[in-house]
Design a protein around this ligand. Structure first.
Ligand code: ASP
Length: 343
């Protein structure tokens, strides 16, 4: 019987696609052409499944913007052929990839669901089977012949999250991700319950626009008590640097020492974009609320509001790659482009 929906699985690497070699006991990627040998349940889906595997699956710690572009191209090439996409990916940098793809895939009108697992699929207690099966169900889900989800998400341990709101916070528990500043988009229990008002609405323009360029000339400058002038200067004087994520304390606060503010001011006046992101997991930067952040307003540091560091990295790379005009960069950073921040 003809299947009613279709989903493309893209295996990039990570624990989920591993099985344990019986002889050596080591983990190795399994052949994705034989996916249903590992998860026979997949045959029961009323969804046509196809799978593409990277020739050389990677641990996601080796992720690069070039590999994000490869994923975006695979989606572009197959966009009209499938109702949805599931990307199997290591959990370590999944929040970065989900954030990057959200910016690269403009006017996305279909679900792109990233998932992975903490335990390999070939291990009896794996969390990978449920993650994969439900991710496929979400990627295929339609209501009145239209997709329910039209954004890049992470599905992990019974929860669907907006990808660019996520953060990997636990290396041990199956619940590895959280979305501290945005509600969960769906919860899988006996029923799969979608939080419809929290989902992105259909895009205003119809055609998918894929952006492949990202500018990696950025840095993260994480503050700590005792940070030295040498270190701050070394980072801000990095050759070709175009943007810095300043990881501040609490609601966006930092040292008021003159050398510190002077160094930032110099960088900003050279054209380096400085984006203020809080080291706190939840809550937002409120630049100017305390005296310790009021100084930042005067020297052109921009508030990253309630964005995660992962989303800020991807957004900065995306915005810088697409224009050199400071006004336009600032306008894009101040707006929520893909639901990545609350404005
Ligand atoms: N190190 C692995 C990776 O991120 C962990 C995982 O697959 O979850 O690729």
């Amino acid at each position: 019987m003809a299947k009613s929906t279709s989903v493309l699985l893209i295996y990039t690497g990570g624990t989920i696609g591993m099985i344990q070699d019986l002889k050596s006991g080591q983990l190795r990627p399994f052949d994705f052409a034989h996916l249903t040998d590992q998860i026979p349940e997949l045959k029961k889906f009323d969804t046509r499944l196809s799978a593409i595997s990277f020739d050389h699956p990677i641990d996601s710690s080796d992720m690069t913007p070039a590999i994000w572009a490869k994923m975006a191209q695979l989606i572009e090439k197959n966009y009209s052929k499938y109702d949805g996409f599931v990307i199997l990916h290591g959990s370590d940098t999944m929040a970065f990839t989900a954030s990057a793809l959200s910016f690269m895939l403009e006017n996305l009108d279909k679900p792109v669901i990233l998932t992975g697992s903490q335990l390999p699929i070939g291990i009896i207690r794996t969390d990978g089977k449920e993650n994969l099966i439900t991710a496929i169900e979400i990627a295929a889900a339609r209501h009145k012949n239209k997709p329910i989800v039209r954004e890049v998400c992470i599905y992990f341990e019974y929860r669907l999250y907006r990808g660019n709101r996520t953060h990997k916070f636990n290396a041990e528990h199956f619940q590895a991700f959280q979305s501290p500043n945005y509600p969960v988009l769906a919860e899988a229990g006996v029923h799969l319950r979608y939080n419809i008002p929290a989902l992105l609405p259909p895009p205003s323009a119809k055609k998918l626009k894929v952006h492949l360029k990202m500018d990696a000339q950025i840095a993260i400058l994480k503050l700590f008590p005792g940070i030295t002038k040498n270190l701050v200067q070394a980072i801000l004087n990095t050759k070709d640097l175009r943007g810095v994520i300043l990881e501040t304390y609490g609601a966006g606060n930092c040292s008021t020492q003159p050398w510190f503010l002077e160094t930032l001011k110099k960088a900003s006046s050279k054209g380096i974009i400085i984006l203020n992101i809080s080291q706190c997991n939840a809550g937002s930067v409120e630049q100017g609320k305390y005296e310790t952040s009021a100084g930042l307003n005067k020297i052109g540091v921009m508030s990253g509001e309630d964005m995660t560091t992962e989303a800020a990295v991807a957004k900065l790379m995306f915005v810088l790659a697409n224009t050199r005009k400071r006004k336009e960069i600032e306008k894009n950073l101040k707006s929520s482009l893909r639901g990545e921040m609350t404005v």
